[in-house]
Design a protein around this ligand. Structure first.
Ligand SMILES: [Zn+2]
Length: 210
C-alpha cells in the first residue's frame, strides 16, 4: 500500500503554478478533496459530517452531475467549500482531441460559474490523466492543474476499517491534498473516524484557494 505513488513524487518537482500537488502548511491544514460528485446518495452525509466538524474541503465536480443536482452544489458553496472542475462527462482524456478536452473543461467552468460567480475553476483531470500539451495550454492561460499529494485509495472498495488502519500507519502531513471520492460512502465512513483523530492531533481542514 502506498499513499504516495511514484508519479506524485515526480509531479512534486514541477512548480505549483503548473501542477498543484501541495498547499499551505499554515494552521497545520489538511486539504480534503472529493472527486466524481455530486451524488445525492452520498454527498449529503459527507457535507453533514464536514459541517459537524467545522471542516472545509474541495469538491471536484463532474459537470453533468452538478447540472442534475444543483441543490448539492449550492449547499457546497453556501457552506464554504471550494467547487472545482472535473470535466463535464468524466471521459478518458487520453482518447480526446485537444478541442474535445477544452470543450469538456469550458462547459463545466461555465456551469460552475452559475454557483460561485468564478470564471475559471481549479481543474482536476479525470483519473488524474493529463498530457504535456494540456499542461502547457493551462500554463499559458496561467491556470494550473489541481493534483493531489496523498491518495486515500478509497476507490479500491476495501472495507473502510481496513483503510483507516492503513492511513493511520502512513498518516498525511500538513499541506497535503488528500484525494477522496463522494460517489460511495467509503470516504464518509473513513472520515467519521479519522477527522476527530486528526483534529485531536491539531490538524485543521481547509478548502483550496480559488
Ligand atoms: Zn474522477
Amino acid at each position: 500500500m502506498n499513499f504516495r505513488p511514484s508519479k506524485m513524487r515526480v509531479l512534486r518537482w514541477l512548480p505549483d503554478a503548473v501542477v498543484c500537488t501541495r498547499a499551505s502548511v499554515r494552521n497545520k491544514a489538511l486539504y480534503l478533496s472529493f472527486d466524481d460528485g455530486p451524488d445525492p446518495r452520498f454527498t449529503p452525509a459527507l457535507l453533514d459530517l464536514l459541517k459537524a466538524h467545522g471542516a472545509h474541503a474541495s469538491f471536484f465536480l463532474i459537470g453533468r452531475e452538478a447540472e442534475k443536482y444543483p441543490e448539492l452544489v449550492e449547499r457546497m458553496v453556501a457552506e464554504g467549500h471550494l467547487i472545482g472542475n472535473h470535466s463535464f462527462s468524466h471521459p478518458r482524456f487520453n482518447l480526446l482531441s485537444m478541442a474535445e478536452k477544452l470543450a469538456e473543461i469550458d462547459r463545466t467552468d461555465l456551469l460552475l460559474a452559475r454557483f460561485d460567480g468564478i470564471r475559471h475553476h481549479r481543474f482536476r483531470p479525470p483519473r488524474g490523466v493529463f498530457s504535456l500539451a494540456l499542461t502547457l495550454r493551462f500554463a499559458a492561460a496561467r491556470r494550473n492543474l489541481a493534483y493531489w499529494s496523498y491518495d486515500s485509495l478509497d476507490y479500491q472498495r476495501k472495507p473502510p476499517a481496513e483503510l483507516i488502519e492503513l492511513l493511520r500507519k502512513q498518516p498525511p502531513c500538513a499541506g497535503d491534498i488528500l484525494l477522496m471520492h463522494d460517489d460511495s460512502d467509503c470516504s464518509t465512513l473513513m472520515l467519521a473516524t479519522l477527522i476527530p483523530e486528526w483534529k485531536a492531533q491539531g490538524f485543521t481542514f481547509a478548502a483550496l484557494s480559488a
